[in-house]
Design a protein. Sequence first.
Length: 114
Amino acid sequence: MTTLTIDPATTVDMTTLDCPYGCGEKLVVNEDGEANCPTDGGPFGWADECEGCTAYFPHADAVVDAAYDVYRFEKQQLRFWQAELGKYQELVSEAEKAVRRADKRWDRIATQHG
């Protein structure tokens, strides 16, 4: 069992940690003491490969850092799409206003020239 001793009272068993990329697997430890996701299919894009392709974690801090990086990336993606959605919502709102104005104009002209 590969463990990391952070201080004398804390020991982390790397095989109890989840893959930081969210594939749902527990990490496995190789003969060099580095943890890796067991679904890692290498750099050739196999179907069962997780996003952490060829990522080896020498200690638990690296796993935590990788999980935080994934979180930060997903949060940035959320902010980006929220901003994009906001732009489109503004365009839709302007288009709705234009349709209402055109409808009123059409109704007024149709009534006048009936």
